[in-house]
Design a protein around this ligand. Structure first.
Ligand code: GLP
Length: 256
């Protein structure tokens, strides 16, 4: 088991480092399936992947999660986000990009089908963000480490955090379909990216707190091969200083 934490100065550096892991696997012919996360954290990773101009022939993409209850084609649905931020820039064929069906009439059957497809393909590199609640995908606190793809209720904190993507607070979905913690765990490698002070508590709980479903991201410490990429603000709650550039010391007021 390997878990490495690196602190990098900017979102661009984080994007480059995360993209290099994916591109190295691709160049070595070991990337059949890429797991993608939505949210603002990995945006730079996708920009770097697109800029690399690599050939993605044969690579399948699986998203972690999807809202339940949005109208088909809603611009904030994760299907639309993955299409905009991943499929289009990388030039992938739509038939190779998979997102859970949050609009299915039989959601449980859709979850089971998604889980089966993931099990058959296997994910080589899984990109992850982390929610302020410590969620990965939409596995909120209390999600068992044995959980599989299923319908979940979002916490009030997550709904509030995601409200920035919607016109009105009442438009934010309260439910989602997400890969479970055990589903995510099956990937061969994981790269988690986090930026900003708002993630500092969740990052600390994930890396230094108890390994427990109360912080679903703490499950990373049970995975085989994990790289965590943080900016100084997201790393600011850690007591054990990881490698990488230190946080700049604050300049005393008198010295300015
Ligand atoms: C979202 C997604 C997660 C994501 C997290 C953080 O709601 N379901 O997959 O990692 O919350 O989002 P952001 O990167 O925008 O802070």
């Amino acid at each position: 088991m390997r878990l490495e934490v690196e602190v990098l100065a900017t979102a661009e550096e984080i994007g480059r480092r995360a993209a290099s892991v994916v591109l190295d696997e691709l160049a070595a012919g070991r990337l059949r399936t890429l797991g993608v996360a939505t949210g603002s954290s990995p945006e730079q990773v996708y920009a770097e992947l697109a800029a690399a101009g690599a050939r993605w022939d044969g690579v399948e993409v699986f998203a972690l999660d999807e809202y339940v209850g949005l109208a088909p084609g809603h611009p904030q649905s994760y299907a639309a986000v993955v299409d905009r931020e991943v499929r289009e820039p990388l030039g992938l064929d739509a038939s190779r990009v998979h997102v859970p069906d949050g609009g299915a009439e039989d959601l449980d059957a859709a979850c089971a089908a998604y889980e089966r497809a993931l099990e058959e393909r296997g994910v080589d590199v899984q990109l992850l963000g982390i929610g302020a609640t410590g969620h990965i995908g939409f596995n909120e606190p209390g999600s068992p480490f044995s959980s599989r793809t299923r319908v979940v209720e979002l916490t009030g904190r997550t709904v509030a955090d995601n409200a920035r993507f919607f016109d009105r607070p009442e438009d934010v979905p309260r439910r989602a379909v997400t890969q479970g913690v055990a589903t995510i765990a099956r990937a061969r490698r994981h790269v988690l990216v986090a930026q900003g002070e708002g993630k500092a508590d969740a990052v600390r709980a994930a890396l230094e707190g108890e390994v427990s479903p109360e912080c679903p991201a703490s499950a990373l410490r049970t995975f085989d091969d994990v790289l965590v990429l943080l900016d100084p603000a997201a790393a600011s709650g850690l007591t054990e200083r990881p490698a990488g550039p230190r946080r700049p010391r604050p300049v005393p007021a008198g010295a300015r």
